[in-house]
Write a protein that binds this ligand. Structure first.
Ligand SMILES: Cc1cc2nc3c(=O)[nH]c(=O)nc-3n(C[C@H](O)[C@H](O)[C@H](O)COP(=O)(O)OP(=O)(O)OC[C@H]3O[C@@H](n4cnc5c(N)ncnc54)[C@H](O)[C@@H]3O)c2cc1C
Length: 399
């Protein structure tokens, strides 16, 4: 692995930065989104802008309509977008479903969905987890029974992020209850407007609405919407969950947190001094900066392994997820601590913003408390830390 400066990558970074400077509308920039999906209209508008530039699918190969960027180029792109405060893309469509469509879907299925993902007019959510089937996903019970050219789906999904503002859902269903549990699962694409789907909000600890329960009551889904063969759902799911290890730590987000923390510590005063001048605080900040730098090195290592299709990328990707998400929790907690008394105030997201007197730290402190609360979930979603540790142990044993 080469840690020397890469002139090609520096030129690419400059190109992305110039594009963002010239094309990111001011009113879209700087909303505190982190890895949480941006609001629907912002996300759709930004996706259209990226699509016009030919950058609509930064994670896909050229032959599939993507940019064909290397793993490191994608990381640079993500880093610059987060630093500029650009809206997110629809990660469910781009990072999870897109690679599945490109690898497993028929040409008709690709033609029906890929153009809408690229243009940003169709947003997706993920219907995997159920009450009682999270870490043990293969135990899922939502049934799909064949009736001619349709499946009739009955059951319940939970923690369905953004189901309330998605157009379609990719769904795991049980099509055969008689075989080994992994062998009886199929992968369906379902239009959220289909009769029989009910979405109920779950309000999370950050006092926002990202999550939902999603109920399926005799929902008729064309058999043509099944990806792969009946019973192939588990193979497709393993492929989907194994994608994008290098992004698991959310390095751009960690860097943004550090930048915000430094800004806060420069404004916040303890007596006559800025907080940053206090040795105890400066030491904690320096330790976190060192940890983020270590993660950045590890990200490069995983990216190199991914490029070589090495199985070690899986184990290191899980390590990155554990270390990165735990660090997100610690840095976001330190930010709230740095706000002092104002840390107790749940600074509203812009779309919840109240009229009236601006609060101290209105700009630098905005959204931090919500973010700190939301980050409690980062060691759960995408596979809990305990489950990741199990994967690491198993993989290292096999390597
Ligand atoms: C904010 C958020 C967003 C989410 N978004 C989505 C989404 O969009 N779509 C979707 O389908 N799902 C989503 N999820 C669900 C997420 O994937 C599950 O919460 C996660 O897989 C854990 O499953 P569970 O909640 O059922 O917990 P459980 O699996 O019941 O785990 C409970 C506890 O047991 C531990 N445990 C379980 N198995 C093992 C094991 N083998 N070894 C050691 N410890 C173990 C876990 O680590 C955890 O501490 C989201 C979750 C959150 C919190």
């Amino acid at each position: 692995m080469d840690f020397q400066p890469d002139a090609g990558l520096d030129a690419f970074r400059a190109e992305v930065r110039a594009f963002l400077r010239d094309n990111l509308p001011r009113e879209l920039a700087g909303k505190p989104v982190g890895s949480v999906r941006s609001m629907r209209p912002d996300l759709m508008r930004w996706q259209q802008i990226l699509h016009r530039q030919g950058w609509g699918a930064p994670y896909w190969a050229k032959k599939d309509g993507g940019t064909g960027w290397s793993v490191l180029q994608r990381l640079v792109f993500d880093e610059e977008c987060v630093a500029a405060g650009a809206p997110t893309q629809d990660g469910f469509a781009h990072k999870l479903l897109g690679p599945v469509l490109n690898a497993f879907a028929s040409e008709e299925q690709k033609a029906a969905h890929v153009p809408h993902i690229l243009s940003g007019e169709r947003l997706w959510c993920q219907g995997f987890s159920e009450p009682g089937s999270g870490s043990d996903l293969a135990s899922l019970r939502t049934r799909a029974e064949r009736e001619g050219d349709f499946y009739v789906v009955n059951g319940q999904k939970i923690w369905t992020s953004y189901a309330h503002e998605s157009d379609w859902i990719f769904l795991l269903v049980r099509t055969d209850a008689e075989v080994k549990k992994q062998a009886g699962i199929s992968f369906l694409l379902v239009d959220m407007k289909t009769p029989g789907i009910t979405v109920r909000p779950i309000r999370s600890i950050d006092d926002c609405h990202h999550l939902n329960e999603t109920f399926f009551d005799n929902v008729r889904v064309p058999v043509a919407n099944r990806i792969g063969a009946e019973g192939d759902g588990w193979t497709i799911t393993k492929f989907l969950l194994n994608n994008e290890h290098a992004s698991a730590a959310e390095l751009p987000l960690l860097r943004r947190y550090l930048m915000q923390l430094r800004q806060l510590a420069a404004i916040q005063r303890v007596g006559r001094e800025p907080l940053i001048a206090r040795p105890e605080f400066a030491l904690r900040l320096a330790r976190m900066e060192a940890e983020v730098s270590a993660i950045a090195m590890m990200v490069k290592r995983v990216a190199a392994l991914e490029q070589d299709h090495s199985p070690a990328a899986h184990a290191l990707g899980s390590m990155l997820k554990v270390r990165g998400t735990e660090l997100q929790q610690r840095i976001s907690s330190l930010m709230v601590e740095a706000l002092g008394d104002y840390g107790a105030v749940a600074y509203p997201e812009p779309h919840h913003a109240c009229e009236g007197e601006p609060m101290p730290f209105q700009e630098t402190g905005r959204g931090i408390a919500n973010e700190m609360f939301f980050r409690r979930a980062s060691t759960i979603y995408g596979g809990t830390s305990e489950v990741q540790r199990g994967i690491i142990a198993k993989m290292l044993f096999q390597l």
